[in-house]
Write a protein of this length. Structure first.
Length: 271
């Protein structure tokens, strides 16, 4: 393995770490991957790479929320079988996750190519400012709604927030958490709903893009760099998510407002 190949692998690991760290937090992982790729001279990462790193982030989130997922699925099945009121709250929560998934799923299919072809560093900078402003507006909000108190309207609004986040620079976690808090959810409920909402959308993207992954002409040459990025993304997403859960618990989302403003300003100056 030559020096240039080793350097390329290191760069891909860095991109994986960036993806993993920024996926859970409200600063736009897709925007940061584009920024990091530009700085490292890698150019735009292909669809196959995006699928691979998103799969790694998805696995980390699935592991963190594995108990919630098992509980929601099993209790929903029990409710459908027995109509026992004890399990109704979890069944409704699953229904709202499905409802919240619809906007991003539909718009993602329709607009994905257009968005990919019309994104610049300027776009990312502006969208980071938008994310920062939204985080500032909800910084002091303390919701009262738990899982059993979410409505159809709440789920739909949060789903629309996730759809807006298809644009690089608009954070998916940020848009959904901001929307959830804005409609009155408690911060822990907003966090859980946001990332359980992430799972079906991300899983759908992986399934739809799997054929592109299999048809990647340079799989053998890219195996080691991509595997390195995958592992880096997997572990970094896990640790970043655990860290972000602590941030949410302490109500310190406002820190990300400052970060979005700083990075957005630097992009406008240097790119």
């Amino acid at each position: 393995m030559g020096e240039s190949e080793i350097i390329y692998i290191i760069k891909m690991i860095i991109i994986g770490l960036v993806q993993g760290f920024t996926e859970p937090i409200p600063v736009s992982s897709s925007g940061h991957v584009m920024i990091a790729s530009e700085i490292l001279g890698l150019g735009e990462q292909g669809f196959t790479f995006a699928i691979l790193t998103n799969t790694a982030s998805l696995l980390a989130i699935l592991y963190i929320y594995r108990q919630d997922i098992v509980r929601l699925i099993s209790n929903s099945i029990y409710y459908l079988k027995t109509n026992n009121i004890q399990y109704k709250s979890d069944f409704r929560f699953v229904c709202f996750i499905v409802i919240g998934t619809i906007p991003a799923a539909v718009l993602g299919i329709i607009l994905n190519d257009y968005i990919a072809e019309n994104v610049s560093m300027g776009t990312i900078a502006v969208m980071l400012f938008v994310t920062g402003i939204a985080l500032w507006l909800i910084r002091n909000m303390k919701g009262i709604k738990g899982e059993g108190e979410i409505s159809f309207k709440d789920a739909w609004i949060v789903g629309l927030g996730q759809a807006v986040a298809l644009t690089p620079g608009i954070s998916r976690s940020g848009a959904t958490i901001i929307s959830a808090i804005a409609v009155g959810m408690k911060q822990d409920t907003a966090l859980r709903f946001s990332f359980l909402l992430y799972i079906p959308v991300s899983l759908g993207g992986v399934v739809l893009g799997f054929s592109d992954f299999l048809n990647e002409p340079n799989k053998s040459d890219l195996a080691i760099p991509y595997l390195s990025a995958f592992i880096a993304t997997l572990f970094m997403t896990y640790f970043a998510m655990r860290w972000f859960m602590g941030i949410m618990k302490n109500g310190k989302l406002v820190y990300f407002t400052y970060y979005c403003f700083i990075v957005g300003t630097l992009l406008l100056i240097f790119f």
